[in-house]
Write a protein that binds this ligand. Sequence first.
Ligand code: UDP
Length: 361
Amino acid sequence: MNISSPQPSLKILILSTPVGALGSGLGGGVELTIANLARELQSRGHRIDIIAPMGSDLGDLSMIQIPGELQLTAQTQENAASIVMPGNPVLANMWAKARAIQADYDIIFNTAFDWLPFYLTPFFDLPIAHFVSMGSQIAAIDAAIEGVAIDFPGTIGVCTRTQAETFSFADLCCVVGGSGVDPAVYQYCDTPADALAWLGRISPEKALEDAVAAAERTGIKLKIMGKIQDLAYWEKIQCDYPHAPIEYLGFLPTHELQQALRNCRGMLMTPRWIEAFGNVAIEALACGVPVIAYRRGGPAEIITDGKTGFLVEPDSVEGLVVAIDRLDEIDRSDCRHAAETVFSQAAWGNVIESWFYRLVG
Ligand code: UDP
């Protein structure tokens, strides 16, 4: 650590998710979270290195690529699931690398929602800030997180209060927010077309079918963007709603994503699970796009009902339809304003930087 300046610059090692290469979309929101945080902290003079699975690419950011087999995503597993490691696990390889180079850093920022990083915490010589980006999924992982929360107070960061409350040790978690957007990357649009958007991993916990049902009921086109994580699920939706006015645009890079998103009247968020945060919500706000979301999990803490969108009864397609009809009541500049202030990359950088300083002491 450089202690000569009033705000010492830190050497920060970020450990990526082991479920996919950065840039692949398999990691979900954590990919954007890592990219935005790394850029923000770097612009403040901190040194950032990222350890990530082979094939990871975040353009300008320094990446230590690690070979090995990917981990299964936690959200597809039962609560009683055992911890599974493949023969040559990228997760273990990433943490072995971190251990080998730890002397070069002040702090590790862990973004993997998996058992191993929590188990390994006492074996490291430097503080580990664990960014927990999902609610309770697997009992064995919960237990590992709880052990760290007790033995290393203040090191468990969660995105939202609702997410924390899915864990029996909610009071031991620090709510540090889920992400922040760079408003310069998203263009504000006040004159959208008559279309709606849905963004995210196409996977059952996201309940895309509810948004498609709402599009069918209203007749308003639904533009769908995101990684198809579960092909059978996606094909079933298309079979179940053959006449819904939907258009799949693919998994788009941020620049193209915001071009399509900003031209929509509203974005639908229909999570069946307790979404820890919901990066897509703050990306929509940055474009001036109001968000209609189920009153459940992270989106309910991001959206101000009646001002930056509408919160509707969970799992109610009827609720979505009623809210779509009210979209014109929202002043889109209020959405953009929320992204420029509360949910900006700079605001989130302040929170995370203070957290790191606290842990580094
Ligand atoms: N996303 C993307 N391209 C797309 C659709 C989505 O890059 O075409 C990204 C989006 O920017 C967001 C992520 O996918 O960062 C989804 O994250 P979110 O936090 O909403 O949900 P998660 O996948 O983490 O459950």
